[in-house]
Design a protein around this ligand. Structure first.
Ligand code: PGA
Length: 250
């Protein structure tokens, strides 16, 4: 049985007071959320307080990025071992905002994936196409390229302890969600590609959908065969929305 997972991606939002209110609401509700594994990926400065707030709960936490390097003269960077120090379980790698705004290439993303795993963190590897690429019929080819660099560098066995998030760039923060059928088609094709390399790993791998998931559309997405949960941006900042999305995992 594949693990179902809902991960909040807070992006560059929040402050100590707001974070505490949001986490208190999630923690109060966690008794009812037994069926879903839940995590929040927060900005680096809040990892310490998140650890204090969530350590006795079923909710895990993680970061939104990490350095591909172990340590050294890399001003402004944060290493996998530092994330480990703060109890992170997950780290998002290759989010489309990192790729588009901060120039992260498939190669760098693959190196970050490896750096995370080396420290025992579970990388949540984001892949997805732009609207233009989709309209040109290139969605699956782009995703295959994004994945193949990681497979080449890390090996297929590395996917044993990782999560993939399919996030069509045109659906992120736009209010436009991929239809359940559109998302399922891509998830199935990702799984099929991996299955050709290692059936067992592909069958056990959690593939999340991300891109304007809300309480109102979570159920129809999560019932699809190959959608194992969600990576939630905007809606993860509103406690009631995020809780409803977590409950949509059956
Ligand atoms: P969104 O973001 O839910 O706000 O569209 C998802 C993401 O970027 O991970």
């Amino acid at each position: 049985m594949r693990k179902k997972l809902v991960v909040g991606n807070w992006k560059m939002h929040g402050n100590l007071v707001e974070n505490k209110q949001l986490l208190d609401a999630l923690v109060t509700d966690q008794t009812e959320l037994k069926n879903a594994q839940i995590a929040v990926c927060v900005p680096f400065p809040y990892l310490h307080s998140i650890k204090e707030n969530l350590r006795q709960t079923n909710i895990s936490w993680g970061a939104q990025n990490l350095s591909q390097f172990d340590k050294g003269a890399y001003t402004g960077e944060v290493s996998a071992s530092m994330l480990k120090d703060f109890g992170c379980k997950y780290v998002i790698v290759g989010h489309s905002e990192r790729r588009a705004l901060f120039g992260e290439t498939n190669q760098v993303v693959a190196e970050k994936f490896i750096a995370a795993q080396k420290m025992g963190l579970i990388p949540i590897l984001c892949v997805g196409e732009t609207l233009e690429q989709r309209e040109d019929g290139l969605a699956e080819k782009i995703i295959e390229e994004q994945l193949s660099v990681v497979i080449e560098l890390a090996g297929i066995d590395a996917f044993d302890k990782s999560v993939i998030a399919y996030e069509p760039v045109w659906a992120i923060g736009t209010g436009k969600t991929a239809s359940p059928q559109q998302a399922q088609e891509v998830h199935a094709s990702i799984r099929k590609g991996l299955r050709d390399k290692n059936r067992e790993i592909a069958d056990e791998l959690a593939i999340l959908y991300g891109g304007s998931v809300k309480a109102s559309n979570a159920t129809e997405l999560f019932v699809m065969d190959d959608i194992d949960g969600g990576l939630i941006g905007g809606a993860s900042l509103i406690a009631s929305e995020f809780i409803s999305i977590c409950r949509a995992i059956k």
